[in-house]
Ligand binder design. Structure first.
Ligand code: ADP
Length: 633
């Protein structure tokens, strides 16, 4: 039968091109990637065998075989895993199937990946790394779902296409045959393979075996030696999470992390423990140092890999980890769960919820320790994952105080880029300060000059600067911290002991009434401000309303937002307001007063980061006003 030629997808060609022409360092990772794929394939077959007795009916041993053939210059990786059907081969070996294709293409073009080929692993394109060491790759595979006559041969020289042919294969599983490049023939040497397997794949659960030939003394004639070929296992195979902590080196921990996460940087922290008692399980969890590119994607996989009695049941058990800790990676093994658990069963399983509780506590404790012991490392963690952790305040009512302990914010008293905890803020609070002040809706630079902070600045009161878009919701949900309530600098009436507010209210009352009348439908109230010092006016939201930025965001998402009444606050100490009062006294019907009120309202919108209602009319009115004031001499 003639071979059936297929073209690679564009991104595959790009990656192949990069593999072949740009990546020179760490070529040996191809072996880790292919062993890892073989191991995944065996996991799947083993899982299938639990319910389908025809799989592995002969009781064969699960294993990954390396076959080095110096005569033909080929290295073969053979597994007895799940295998690939023809269609699966097209899908798995001809495309790049992940949601971050765009990011991936960007990354491919960057320098970073050229220096760190491991980066590629995180996108699930490990198979193609075979072309770093091989001119030609042949995959012969028989899926567990087909008979010997329906196996498939996939082959490519990385020239933009691959061929597919039907074939006959007696055993289930996959052979990946690498025709090694001239300068990569060392991967046929026993010592080299041994070294690479030990370094990258030692913890792989299945034996990685290889025939080795040794010479030994001839039993007949002690003077002579005979050679003998035996199959040797190159990896120690110990499930690292079941090992004793003392037996594991940092490197082993890190290598295993890279294996499960596809991350190329070492993790920031390792959590490894065994729970004993009514529910027994082992957990090995990692806190990554870097945020994965896809952590905000809808299809981001949450939860540790779940093993039950050494069998991998699922690669992400989301029922075991709250989503706000989804940055943690790792493995959990429980002997208490049945082997045939399904996702549905796990959702409301008692054992699972005990494990989830334990993991959550352990992770939050670890973060608290990290914060205490190493401010810089914690700062880095927060930079990467703080935004995700913060979701916990909203979703985990029971632990919101504990999570609040872990929050960091910039403040008007911290240096730019430096952050403070809520507890530290409270420590610095003067005795007469009752509330924790915060401002949302802008970045640090824009808050520095914000009219909303004028009085705080003058009085030297610290204000937390919250820059994440959902901070307002999080803080409203939290309500208070260590019994101190939160007060937004841009919401509600503020009274920082200005004292004469009542007096001013009386003094300016009539003017305020007129302004309110003029702004009917736009604001619910016009009042004397407790927050302004330099600016004439500002707009504030009601105590319990969303901050205006959030409200807009929700509206943009098509959600109904309760329309809170805005308040225009007026600074009685401002020259303009004083002049308006005088105008009012002279002629309470003055057209100018009405014009000024409108202009002030538009200004307040501007200060909030919004646009004037009618920018053209606003500019015209302003120019007219300037012209009337412009005089020479
Ligand atoms: P990843 O393993 O991260 O998904 P790869 O490029 O390494 O990415 O592999 C692509 C896909 O090819 C795998 O998801 C799997 O479906 C299939 N595959 C690769 N190697 C094997 C194998 N030895 N046995 C069965 N399927 C395999």
């Amino acid at each position: 039968m003639t071979a059936n030629k297929h073209q690679f997808k564009a991104e595959v060609n790009k990656i192949l091109d990069l593999m072949i022409h740009s990546l020179y360092s760490h070529k040996e990772i191809f072996l880790r990637e292919l062993i890892s794929n073989a191991s995944d394939a065996i996991d799947k077959a083993r899982y299938m065998a639990l319910t389908d007795k025809t799989v592995a009916a002969g009781g064969e041993e699960w294993k990954i075989q390396l076959i080095a053939d110096k005569a033909s210059g080929t290295l073969t990786l053979r597994d007895n895993g799940i295998g690939l059907t023809r269609d699966e081969a097209v899908e798995a070996l001809g495309t790049i199937a992940h949601s971050g294709t765009k990011e991936f293409m960007k990354l491919l073009e960057s320098r970073e990946v050229k220096d760190n080929p491991e980066l590629i692993g995180q996108f699930g394109v490990g198979f193609y790394s075979a072309f770093m060491v091989a001119d030609q790759v042949t995959v012969i595979s028989r899926s567990a779902t087909v008979d010997a006559n329906h196996a498939v041969v996939w082959e490519s020289d990385a020239d933009g296409s691959y061929t597919l042919e039907d074939t006959v294969k007696e055993t289930r599983g996959t052979d990946v045959i690498l025709k090694l490049k001239e300068d990569c023939l060392s991967y046929l040497e026993e010592w080299e393979l041994r070294k690479v397997v030990k370094q990258y794949s030692d913890f792989i659960e299945y034996p990685v075996v290889m025939d080795v030939t040794r010479s030994k003394p001839d039993p007949e004639d002690k003077e002579k030696s005979v050679s003998e070929t035996v199959e040797e296992t190159l990896n120690s195979r110990k499930a690292i999470w079941l090992k004793d902590k003392a037996e594991i080196t940092e490197e082993e921990y890190n290598e295993f992390y890279k294996h499960i996460s596809h991350d190329f940087t070492d993790p920031a922290r390792v959590i490894h423990y065994r729970a004993e008692g009514t529910t027994e399980f082992s957990a090995l969890l990692y806190l990554p140092s870097k945020r994965p590119f896809d952590i905000y994607y809808q299809d981001y996989k949450v939860g540790p890999t779940l093993y039950v009695r050494r069998v991998q049941i699922m690669d992400h058990c989301e029922a075991m980890l709250p989503s706000y800790l989804r940055f943690m990676k790792g493995v959990v093994e429980s002997s208490d769960l049945p082997l045939n658990v399904s996702r549905e069963i796990l959702q409301d399983n008692k054992i699972v919820s005990v494990i989830k509780k334990s993991l959550t506590k352990k992770i939050l404790d670890t973060l608290a320790d990290l914060k205490k012991d190493d401010a810089e490392a914690y700062g880095n963690f927060y930079e990467q994952f703080g935004r995700i952790l913060k979701e916990g305040i909203h979703h985990d009512f029971e632990r919101r105080e504990t999570i609040a302990d872990l929050l960091l914010f910039e403040s008007t008293k911290t240096e730019a880029g430096k952050k403070t905890t809520l507890a530290e803020y409270i420590e610095r609070m003067p005795e007469d300060q009752k509330e924790i002040y915060y401002i949302t809706g802008g970045d640090r630079a824009s808050t520095e000059s914000s009219p909303y902070l004028e009085v705080f600045k003058e009085k030297g009161i610290e204000v937390l600067i919250m820059t994440d878009d959902f901070d307002d919701i999080i803080i409203s949900g939290l309500g208070a911290y260590k019994e101190k309530e939160f007060q937004s600098a841009i919401k509600g009436d503020l009274d920082l002991g200005e004292g004469n507010k009542e007096e001013k209210k009386k003094e300016f009352g009539d003017l305020l009434e007129l302004m309110k009348e003029e702004l009917k439908g736009l604001v619910g109230e016009v009042r004397i401000s407790g927050r302004l010092k330099d600016s004439a006016v500002c707009l504030v939201a009601g105590e319990h309303d969303l901050d205006p930025k959030m409200a807009k965001m929700f509206q943009a998402m098509g959600q109904d937002v309760p329309k809170g009444e805005r308040v225009l606050e007026v600074n009685p100490g401002h020259e303009l307001i004083v002049r308006m009062k005088q105008l009012f006294a002279a002629d309470s019907k003055s057209v100018q007063l009405k014009e000024y009120t409108g202009l002030l309202y538009d200004q307040a919108l501007l200060l909030e980061g919004d646009k004037p209602r009618d920018p053209v009319a606003f500019a015209r009115a302003l120019s007219k006003l300037m012209a009337s004031g412009a005089s020479v001499g």
